[in-house]
Design a protein around this ligand. Structure first.
Ligand SMILES: Cc1ncc(COP(=O)(O)O)c(C=O)c1O
Length: 401
């Protein structure tokens, strides 16, 4: 298959083929008729190059694919356009998901656009306010479950098995088909020259499964000649996949998850078998990072003007950890997938900036500061701002710092 077909569509500004998912229609869902498609022009996200972020990671060739710049602020829109289109085509009456927040926001938006009824289940404790407010704004019936994500997913899966609703979590195969477009698009951004690694945060493992499938297919149809290695990064308090990797993927042992990064606070990932295949088939790696390190990575990404939600920054912290161990070589090219927007979880950002998060991580921090409503107070604050250049980024950076 010639990349030219997909490259020609880059010039389109309007219509469904201008979507960064449907641009790859032949590889995503060639059967679905155009009339059924529900799209918010997802995808076509930027691939950023920041020397400050690369320096912090300890390598030169680091790029950031910002999936937080999708219509609802996360990568979930990639899979949702396909899965909601399919659900509409099949005549589904009620669409539902369990969610740590981003899936709920995305499903709610696509259902609103398609005028379909939807219910979202999210954990009562710890669903980030940006995500919750989106689900409500787009009109989803929003149920806050007294339990964690894993409990909410068990509930909604059981109801789907009884035929009471259409399940739109990433166990829905069409979600995975859409999420493959993250990989197709980043390969396209790089002129179909694959990087050495693709790093991403891992929770329920839908992305890991999707990325592995995308790479297998890109090889099969001849879009690329070699596959990058996948690097899945978990938070240390919610790392059953990383633990299984360390044991040679003997079996998944679910955990009671705990991390500041609510999007990956998942202890019993649903896509484990497919994710194992993805890591094995690409010679990939799974690593866990402490909350303090992922928050530090977030502060570095935020200070570069790029910004992301806490879970997304795990990818960068994982790259740095592997560079320090010598598993990622300093000359290698790495693309980190930033999965969610900086505005998704403002409470965590504010708590970090106010120094309220435990354990304390180092890294750039800027306030906020209170001042009196006087010109004098403002002038003093301005003088302090001028005298205080950007602080260095936390722990000593790797080479090239
Ligand atoms: C921002 C963000 N990053 C990462 C993930 C984890 O993705 P996956 O469940 O596909 O592993 C999620 C899932 O909700 C998310 O919202």
């Amino acid at each position: 298959m010639a990349p030219r077909l997909f490259d020609q569509r880059l010039a389109l500004r309007r219509g469904w083929l201008s979507s960064g998912v449907w641009r790859f229609r032949e590889l995503v869902d060639p059967e679905l008729d155009e009339a059924a498609i529900v799209t918010l022009r997802e995808g076509s996200t930027p691939l950023y190059d920041s020397s400050a972020v690369a320096r912090w990671a300890g390598i030169e060739g680091l790029l950031l694919k910002h999936e937080g710049l999708n219509p609802t602020g996360s990568f979930k829109d990639r899979g949702m356009t396909v899965a909601v289109s399919r659900a509409r085509r099949s005549g589904a009456q009620l669409l539902a998901c369990a969610s740590t927040g981003n899936t709920a926001a995305s499903l709610a938006a696509y259902c609103a656009a398609a005028r379909l009824a939807c219910v979202v289940l999210a954990p009562l404790d710890g669903t980030a306010v940006g995500k919750l407010s989106q689900a409500l704004a787009y009109g989803a019936r929003t149920l806050l479950v007294r339990g964690d994500f894993d409990a909410a997913l068990r509930l909604v899966r059981a109801e789907a098995a009884r035929g009471g609703l259409a399940l739109l979590n990433s166990v829905n195969p069409f979600r995975i088909e859409g999420q493959k477009a993250i990989v197709f698009e980043l390969l396209q951004d790089l002129g179909w020259q694959p990087p050495d690694w693709i790093a991403f945060p891992a929770g329920n493992l839908g992305n890991c499964a999707a990325f592995g499938k995308a790479l297998r297919e890109a090889l099969q149809v001849g879009l690329i000649e070699r596959a990058p290695r996948l690097l899945a990064v978990q938070a240390a308090g919610a790392a059953p996949f990383a633990a299984a990797f360390e044991r040679g993927f003997d079996a998944l042992e679910p955990v009671a998850p705990s991390t500041v990064a609510s999007a990956i606070r998942i202890g019993d990932p649903a896509s484990y078998p497919r994710a194992v295949r993805a890591i094995r088939s690409t010679g990939g790696c799974v690593v866990a990072v402490e909350d303090a390190h992922l928050l530090e990575a977030k502060a570095v990404i935020d200070r570069a003007g790029i910004g992301c939600e806490p879970a997304s920054a795990a990818a960068l912290a994982g790259v740095r950890a592997l560079v320090e161990r010598g598993a990622v070589l300093r000359g290698e090219r790495v693309v980190c997938v930033l999965t969610g927007h900086v505005l998704k979880d403002p409470d965590t950002t504010l708590a970090w900036q106010r120094g309220e998060l435990e354990p304390q991580a180092c890294g750039p921090r800027s306030g906020p500061e209170q001042i009196d409503a006087t010109e004098d107070a403002l002038r003093r604050a301005l003088a302090a701002a001028r005298a205080r250049p950007d602080p260095p980024s936390g722990r000593s950076a790797g080479s090239g710092a």
